[in-house]
Design a protein around this ligand. Structure first.
Ligand code: 13P
Length: 235
């Protein structure tokens, strides 16, 4: 399975180094076979050598150039980063990225062979408008995305479950993942208020191939406990 941590705008460079060091010790000492991905903030990236894979939360679709405040692949290459999050709800809803721009970013990083963790998810009012409208909304977030890309991972993260402590029911998660798996033959992670306390039951669901964890992963011991849960399930 794929167990991923998105630090968002949390942890310093020093704290991130300490985190990776503890994480690598844990993976080594426990013979972990799961795929572990960690997305620190851009200022905390470094050339990491280990089993956990360091990815970037965002980057501009350019090698370099005049894109004030952004980073491109010239900066990512310095740290051998080849994994990126694209389409996260905070980039869509807080930072205003359009589907068109997200698809352009996807195409750029796909052409460079990056592993792409591509996020989709519906806001609460869409979920409340019924299953048909909800699926239409999620499908619209796949427009322009090559769902057959070999290094694609989908993360289903309902917007209303992110950082709120709320989650869909286990049955709802399983149903939605099963529907998505009919069209996307690629690993599908669940994200949104996953914590050490609920990770195991979510990971155990059919068609859940891993988790993408925000605040619940900020303490390395909690993240390691979720990795242990995945390892024990041995899916
Ligand atoms: P939380 O785990 O804090 O709800 O965030 C989920 C998320 O957005 C991961 O990308």
């Amino acid at each position: 399975m794929i167990i991923a941590a998105n630090f968002k705008t949390n942890l310093t460079r020093y704290q991130t180094r300490e985190y990776f060091s503890a994480l690598e010790n844990f993976i080594h000492d426990n013979g972990i076979c799961q795929e572990v991905l960690v997305f620190p903030s851009a200022t905390s990236l470094y050339l990491h050598n280990g089993k956990a894979i360091m990815g970037v939360q965002n980057a501009y679709p350019a090698v370099n150039g005049a894109y004030t405040g952004e980073i491109g692949t010239e900066q990512l290459d310095e740290f051998a980063i080849k994994t990126i999050l694209i389409g996260h709800s905070e980039r869509r809803h807080v930072l205003g990225e359009t589907q068109e721009f997200i698809a352009q970013k996807f195409e750029f990083y796909k052409n460079l062979g990056y592993k792409i963790v591509y996020c989709i998810g519906e806001p609460l009012h869409v979920r409340e408008s019924g299953e048909v409208k909800m699926l239409d909304y999620l499908n619209a977030q796949l427009v322009g995305i090559d769902t057959k890309y070999k290094d694609l991972v989908i993360a289903y993260e309902p917007v209303w479950a992110i950082g709120t402590g709320l989650t869909p029911t286990l049955a709802e998660i399983e149903t939605l993942h099963t529907i998505l798996s009919l069209t996307c033959k690629t690993p599908i992670l669940y994200g949104g208020s996953v914590k050490a306390e609920n990770a195991k039951e979510i990971l155990a669901l059919n068609n859940v191939d891993g988790i993408l964890v925000g605040s619940g992963a900020l303490k390395v011991n909690d993240f390691c406990s979720m990795i242990s849960d995945a390892e024990k399930l041995n899916k």
